[in-house]
Design a protein around this ligand. Structure first.
Ligand code: HEC
Length: 228
């Protein structure tokens, strides 16, 4: 009789174990989504050097037309910029300033018929956001001065990284690397706490492993006493 109960409790224990681990694995898996144009299946690593290069590309290129209202200059400390670098980027704007565009809204409206969207959360706002942004930036083509984009036909944004007019393959590669860096930055900006959460996740897993082992031995001990 007791061996049967012991067997049942083992089953319950292992079921509990499976539920916990399924939840952990499930929560770290992102869902694939569909797009009519095949998006480049590029991996994003969020390494600091790339994030910093990406921030500079945003600053020098995209910032003309796109704000990033949820990212303040001082937040750039989190990707390793030091105070004086940040001061240099911010210029004479107040300390608490967010990343704002340099062309004014009325001018952008006249040029493009709309104000280009804020980029802070863009990597979250589109399906497979980072892959989408990267593919968008790298699939411009140009015929007789008119540009076209494979992912977003009829897009009003010009080919800002100049991939359509790249003269050779090495220049094309260089532009693709720039597109990847700036996308890394936009992925970070859409969730600046992600890295911290990932670290916490590791501790949670370790915690569950230790807890599960302990519970297993406690269970064995309890039942061994009952067997006698
Ligand atoms: C010269 C102005 C200009 C610059 C510079 C610029 N953009 Fe844009 N961008 C636009 C406009 C205009 C739109 C709106 C396009 C539309 O809806 O047709 C847009 C839209 C976008 C979109 C959204 C597309 C969508 O799905 O709605 C993304 C992403 C984007 N830009 C990323 C970037 C990045 C990254 C850079 C820097 C490498 C950049 N842009 C530089 C003008 C610009």
């Amino acid at each position: 009789m007791t061996s049967r109960i012991r067997f049942i409790s083992l089953i319950v224990f292992s079921a509990w174990f499976h539920i916990v681990f399924s939840i952990i694995i499930f929560s770290t898996t992102s869902f694939a989504s569909t797009s009519s144009f095949p998006l480049e299946n590029i991996k994003f690593t969020q390494d600091q050097a790339s994030l910093q290069r990406g921030a500079k590309i945003y600053y020098n290129v995209c910032r003309m037309c796109h704000s990033m209202k949820y990212i303040k200059y001082k937040t750039l400390e989190e990707i390793g910029f030091n105070k004086s670098q940040i001061d240099a980027l911010r210029g004479d704007k107040p300390k608490n300033t967010a990343l704002g565009k340099t062309i004014s809204d009325p001018v952008l409206n006249t040029l493009y018929g709309q104000v280009p969207p804020d980029l802070s959360l863009m990597a979250k706002a589109r399906k497979r956001g980072p892959q989408y942004i990267y593919t968008l930036l790298t699939t411009y083509s140009e015929t007789e001065g008119a540009y076209e984009n494979a992912v977003f036909p009829g897009i009003k944004m010009p080919d800002t990284l100049n991939i359509a007019v790249a003269v050779n393959d090495s220049r094309k590669e260089e532009i693709k690397n720039r597109a990847k860096d700036v996308t890394e930055f936009l992925l970070w900006s859409s969730d600046p706490r992600a890295a911290m959460r990932k670290n916490i996740g590791v501790y949670v897993v370790i915690y569950f492993i230790i807890l599960s082992t302990l519970l297993f031995f406690i269970m064995k001990r309890v039942w061994s006493r009952l067997d006698k």
